[in-house]
Design a protein around this ligand. Sequence first.
Ligand code: 13P
Length: 282
Amino acid sequence: MPLVSIQASLHRAQAEGYAIPLFDVFEFHSIVGTIAALEKKRAPGIVALPSRWVEGPHAAAHVAAVRLLAEEAPVPIALMLDHGSSFEACMRALSLGFTDIMYDGSRLPVEENIATTKAVVRAAHALGVPVEAEVGHVGLGADYESLDSARDSLTDPATAQRFVEETGVDYLAVAIGSAHGLYKGEPQLDLELLAAIRQRVDIPLVMHGGTGLSEQQFRDAIATGIVKVNIGTDLMLTASRRMGEVAQSPKPSFFAYTAAISKAYQERCAYYLDVFGASGKA
Ligand code: 13P
């Protein structure tokens, strides 16, 4: 199918109580593995490129690879900019044909975050493209000692409501205790906070930093209102580990390395589709 925004699929997931994963990809074999998992599981899904890739020299080629592979798959696949670093990066992604955009101004003072998010929303909506933004800040797992150590940057429910009303954003990334990358301490989610945000905000809520959370934590977060979960580090680590195994094998070949990347992505993406309840929902 042609690339399509994930918005309709997210609204359906919200109504039916499951979540759709966003998978970060960085090169051809990770794209192949991710799309193979979506096909195999007959699931809707989001393939995402990070901002640096969109601002880099091979952006159009990466987009073309996702577009052509998605066209061959019989399931709805979105191409999303992950953590758009500026208004300009978001405009570049729009010009390249991304179906969904995330602008991340979560490190900025909230008024600045609102102002730039508003500008991105205005431009993207003129082209019919939905926008995700983040309020509160999802930090790094490497700095994560405990939920309490992350508390200062968690999302405030009243601010979330104002942010959504003022910006017109379509999906909201919230900081409820998850973090990007591997966690130094034990990850813990503040489900009461998530429930309070859900009461005030009815657009799809997004949880970043999926790597390292347990199946029960995913299920609890989804039951409390999360409908999109971002996954990156686990896919990269699994692929790296598998390439390490190839290196240790009696006859490591170039093709064994590239196949290991696709296979790792396919296996781990399929796992998350099952855990989130997205399998069979295409
Ligand atoms: P992890 O790398 O922790 O899975 O987080 C991915 C993410 O949130 C990308 O936006």
